[in-house]
Design a protein around this ligand. Structure first.
Ligand code: ATP
Ligand code: MG
Length: 333
């Protein structure tokens, strides 16, 4: 397998009237061709800002990408998304990189029919107007929308939430992208529709052999979707691991806390769910130590003195923590 996306040391800040919001503080990760990587973290941990930075969708000002590289292996070679011209990036976005956001209402244009909106993406990126209608009908069928001929001329408000999200997915896959970035694509939907959309994603992913970045705050849905997971805290990755490894052998105290807060099928009646005490970090305060230290029961002096770098602790397993949970004491070195 080869890497389709390599993100290194991404730092994004917002210069607001209240101060500087340190939203993304050094995010690095790779994405392999065809794999699904889940990005998990509490609200405000920088998941969306990370993806918006890659797609060139950060409002500037107040936003600013301070440092970082994001090499994308596209149709015309390996290029840094963060150095691309706005025109080129617009071409990649919606073309080779599709995206699905949480709220289909704000993604779709209320005054254009569903068919027009899908066709528009096709004609902008890959085909002539005359071919686009037929391709759009195929896409509508592919994402499970019944009566595509009839639905082609409908407006978004005539669709249910789940159906609208299917339209957004049709737009995201229209140009057979290499990567789909899905930012909380099921959060606005009820549980049964959520399960249908997840199923649809899984089906499309294997049919199209596309890599997916699936952003969620719910570690519970990750197991059925992703091969690997990146856990974010305070704008930084704190643990990256294969999904089974992460569930069975989490090595960062924050991940352990997230998993303890999750209901499990195999739990005993006496087992209680435990929430992580304390609250997420205030991003207006720049931290020069582990940002989880305030809430960590294992924090010791080193954790308050420097930011733990991401280190490898097993096959495809990285954490940023000075404490060794297995050993029950500070990590050597
Ligand atoms: N335009 C903006 N101006 C100022 N601050 C912003 C802006 N956009 C995002 N932020 C801040 O950046 C931080 C990270 O936000 P982000 O949206 O990435 O969080 P998230 O992990 O996606 O959370 P959620 O799970 O709620 O979607 C937050 O503190 C947020 O308030
Ligand atoms: Mg978000």
């Amino acid at each position: 397998m080869s890497k389709i996306l390599e993100v290194k040391n991404l730092v994004t800040k917002f210069y607001t009237l209240d101060g500087v919001v340190n939203a993304v503080n050094g995010v690095s990760f790779d994405l392999e061709e065809g794999e699904t990587l889940a990005i998990v973290g509490e609200s405000g941990s920088g998941k969306s800002v990370t993806m918006m930075s890659l797609l060139g969708l950060i409002p500037m000002p107040p936003g600013k990408i301070e440092t970082g590289t994001a090499f994308f292996n596209g149709d015309d070679g390996r290029h840094d998304l963060l150095q691309m011209s706005p025109e080129k990036l617009r071409d990649v976005r919606g073309g080779q990189i599709g995206f699905v956001f949480q709220d289909p209402i704000s993604t779709l244009n209320p005054i254009l029919t569903v068919g027009e909106q899908i066709s528009e993406v096709l004609t902008r990126h890959v085909m002539s107007k005359s071919d686009a209608k037929e391709a759009t009908l195929k896409l509508l069928t592919q994402v499970g929308i019944p009566d595509p001929e009839l639905r082609y001329n409908a407006f978004p408000f005539q669709f249910s939430g789940g159906m609208r999200q299917r339209v957004v997915i049709a737009i995201a896959i229209a140009c057979t992208p290499k990567i789909i970035i899905a930012d909380e694509p099921t959060t606005a939907l009820d549980v049964t529709v959520q399960a249908q959309i997840i199923d649809l994603f899984k089906r499309l992913r294997s049919a199209l052999d596309v890599a997916v970045i699936w952003i969620t705050h719910d570690l519970g849905v990750v197991a059925g979707i992703a091969e690997r997971v990146l856990v974010m805290y305070g704008g930084r990755p704190v643990e990256i691991a294969l999904v089974n490894d992460l569930y069975e052998h989490p090595q960062h105290p924050y991940t352990v806390g997230l998993l303890r807060a999750l209901p499990r099928m195999d739990a005993q009646e006496s087992d209680r769910l435990v929430s992580i005490k304390g609250s997420p970090p205030d991003l207006l305060i720049p931290v020069k130590h582990c940002s989880f230290a305030w809430r960590c029961e294992y924090a010791f002096d080193r954790c308050w003195q420097q930011i733990p770098p991401l280190i490898t602790v097993g096959e495809q397993h990285q954490i940023s923590c000075f404490y060794d949970l297995d050993k029950g004491g500070p990590r050597d070195g």
